[in-house]
Ligand binder design. Structure first.
Ligand SMILES: *Cc1c(COP(=O)(O)O)cnc(C)c1O
Length: 415
């Protein structure tokens, strides 16, 4: 009886605390394939509703693409269901090697190593390649999985202001005495849709003898002329020392991640990265299917181009409708509402209009920057987008925020 009433109360109180702060995450169930249109049970027990999905990372619409599903069936038939082993014992099939080679080619790196997820790639890479003599200099808004990976590593940790190259330069100067300097950033920051200025950062790294790691999870497959990521967008393909990315977003959306980069660094991950050594291999079915996905995205840029068109169209129409968006070049479009309750209420009303979007507020974004984050997909049609914009217009009207700028919304609703 170690789980006494007193112990139980400790946890129950914490859960109440989460609810009191308005941070409780409700259960939501998708009762269909993932796609532009989905069936959702929300709240739990409510009848299923058919809604248009504008909050998935399904950027290229590949999550339920027929060719992808067919490849999964084939992969399952030819290589079985599970590996029952970590990579280095008996968990590496020929298809793992093939996928690594293809990813490496696609990302413009020398080598690549698959992990069960990008979270695992980030958990393993820092400890495997850096030690006490080194320093990590990271953008202040990097993804939580990078923060966790950095915590597991003994290198000194320093930061620079978000996307501020002057500040990065200062920090690079400050740490010239270290053995290795590693600059760490997201390629696309998922909350704002910001593109990190990789061309400038690479130039600074060359000037100050530093390496750079980019987590391109919200870019691989669709940012850049042929979708190879932020490095392609800024013309520095082949100059990134380490790229970590996920197969769980645009690239099929199942799961899996990788560390791609300089040969020696990837080799060190193969020898030392703990999630590689101690967690099970990426399943054969996902590995085989991902090979098909890379074939699809390299064959032509149709889906990536459609996504770009959709994002531009949505940005244009939503602005015309009088909503306040953060400008940018990505399919991540934050509709800014500043007030957390307003973001939450509006998202709920959008759901009633058949549009599935989510309100984001502290601690996911800074206080006073609450928003509804809209994510476009190549699976959306023009009609889907029109319907989404019409719903925003109707709900925006209801809350009296159409045409209001930041100050106008804050004056009306507070922070
Ligand atoms: C989603 C995401 C991850 C985690 O990817 P998984 O493969 O789902 O673990 C890591 N980094 C960034 C920047 C992400 O957006």
């Amino acid at each position: 009886m170690a789980y006494s009433d007193k112990t139980k109360q400790v946890f129950a109180d914490e859960i109440v605390g989460i609810k009191d702060k308005g941070l409780y995450k409700d259960k939501r169930f998708i009762c269909s394939q993932q796609g532009a249109s989905i069936k959702v049970e929300f709240p739990e027990g409510a009848p299923q509703a058919e809604v248009l999905n504008f909050c998935a990372n399904n950027y290229l619409g590949l999550s339920n693409h027929p060719d992808v599903i067919a490849a999964a069936h084939e992969g399952l038939d030819s290589r079985g269901y599970g590996m029952s082993s970590v990579r280095f014992i008996c968990g590496t099939q020929d298809i793992h090697r093939t996928l690594q080679d293809m990813l490496s080619e696609y990302l413009g790196t020398e080598d690549c190593l698959l992990f069960p997820s990008c979270m695992d790639a980030n958990a393993g890479v820092f400890e495997a390649v850096l030690g006490q003599e080194d320093v990590i200099i990271a953008d202040r808004l990097i993804h939580a999985s990078l923060v966790d990976g950095i915590r597991l590593c003994s290198a000194e940790y320093d930061t620079f202001k978000h996307m501020n190259m002057k500040h990065l330069e200062k920090k690079l100067q400050l740490h010239q005495d270290k053995r290795t300097r590693l600059v760490v950033t997201d390629g696309v920051f998922s909350m704002d849709g910001d593109l990190f200025p990789l061309d400038e950062a690479v130039a600074l790294c060359e000037k100050y003898d530093a390496m750079i790691l980019v987590d391109d999870s919200h870019a691989s497959g669709f940012i850049g002329k042929t979708g190879r990521g932020v490095a392609e967008h800024f013309g520095v393909l082949g100059k990134i020392d380490i790229i970590t990315t996920t197969l769980g977003k645009a690239l099929g959306g199942a799961s899996g991640g990788c560390v791609a980069g300089r040969k020696e660094l990837v080799e060190l991950c193969r020898q030392k990265a703990r999630p590689y050594l101690f967690s099970n291999s990426l399943s054969p079915v996902i590995t085989a299917t991902s090979i098909k996905v890379i074939e699809l995205v390299t064959k032509n840029t149709e889906r990536r181009d459609k996504l770009e068109w959709n994002a531009n169209y949505f940005r244009e129409k939503i602005t015309e409708a009088g909503l306040n968006i953060r400008s940018g070049d990505t399919p991540i479009v934050p509709v800014m509402l500043f007030n957390a309750k307003l973001a939450n209420d509006m998202a709920r009303d959008m759901y009633a209009e058949g549009i599935y979007v989510i309100g984001f507020f502290f601690p996911v974004v800074p206080n006073g920057q609450a928003r509804i984050r809209v994510q476009l997909s190549a699976a959306h049609t023009k009609e889907h987008i029109d319907k989404c914009v019409a719903a925003f217009k109707k709900i925006g009207e209801k809350y009296g925020i159409l045409g209001l700028d930041k100050k106008g919304i804050i004056d009306k609703y507070g922070l």
